[in-house]
Design a protein around this ligand. Structure first.
Ligand SMILES: C[S@@+](CC[C@H](N)C(=O)[O-])C[C@H]1O[C@@H](n2cnc3c(N)ncnc32)[C@H](O)[C@@H]1O
Length: 231
């Protein structure tokens, strides 16, 4: 088994000691109120029976040609998605068209569920790990959400629908997949019906800027980053 920076074992992040350390870090970096909010959100997920826990992917069933090129599952929190969407709106100086949000490498469905709850009319996710896609379907079912769908597919084989308005990547894959993804996007963008923006969270690559206009790069106090592109 090849272990790269992209598929490193993240499962320790679900342990009690790790979580305790995370709370202490958050208290130090963000202060009391945001930390309480974060803990509240986690408890809320538990009560609703949702599973957005971190998971490595190298033991999972993966479809497609690029099995060794993906990152471990780390789910986007609702606060983070809400913050980056409002920061993108500030950066473009207008409200986003909330027609269709698509997440490439959608894991357990966290970002698509949050996007729907944040007012997108439709949210779809593309996930190449079967077990994660199945958890996403369970999460969606538990919340009885309509117009949210997870698809079990490799990101390079699933073209964005023409009515897409926001494309989301939360550091899902390496440059091998990203290059193919960019190629597809450049082909497809001529046909898009809306202005389309791409949000690249926790970017590990800068090759998108060779093909698309980088609107803004933001570094948050938490250490997370967001890059906004015009497609
Ligand atoms: C960092 S996680 C992000 C999860 C989700 N986007 C979120 O924000 O909650 C990256 C995800 O990308 C998936 N992934 C990696 N390579 C992929 C590919 N080629 N096609 C589809 N999914 C992929 C991984 O299995 C993992 O679930």
């Amino acid at each position: 088994m090849r272990v790269t920076h992209t598929n490193a074992d993240m499962s320790h992040q679900n342990g009690i000691a790790y979580k305790f350390g995370e709370v202490l870090n958050s208290l130090g970096e963000n202060g009391l109120l945001p930390t309480i909010k974060k803990i509240g959100q986690r408890i809320n997920y538990k009560i609703r029976g949702l599973d957005f826990s971190t998971q490595n992917i190298y033991d999972l069933t993966r479809t497609g040609e690029y099995k060794e090129h993906g990152t471990a599952l780390v789910s986007t929190s609702k606060d983070f998605l809400s913050k980056i969407i409002s920061d993108l709106e500030s950066a473009i100086g207008k409200p986003l068209n909330r027609n269709l949000f698509i997440d490439y490498g959608s894991g357990k469905g966290a970002a698509i569920i949050h996007a729907r709850e944040l007012g997108f009319k439709r949210a779809i996710g593309v996930e190449f790990a079967k077990e994660l896609h199945e958890v996403a379907e369970e999460n969606i079912k538990k919340l009885k959400l309509d117009n949210v769908d997870s698809f079990y597919a490799d990101a390079t084989t699933f073209l964005p629908p023409l009515d897409v308005s926001v494309i989301y990547l939360f550091n899902p894959f390496d440059e091998v997949v990203m290059e193919k993804f960019i190629f597809n996007l450049k082909e497809q963008r001529k046909l898009f019906k809306n202005d389309v923006y791409l949000i690249y969270g926790n970017a590990s690559l800068d090759i998108l800027s060779k093909s698309f206009k980088l609107i803004k790069h933001i570094e948050y106090q938490s250490g997370s980053t967001a890059d906004f592109y015009e497609i």
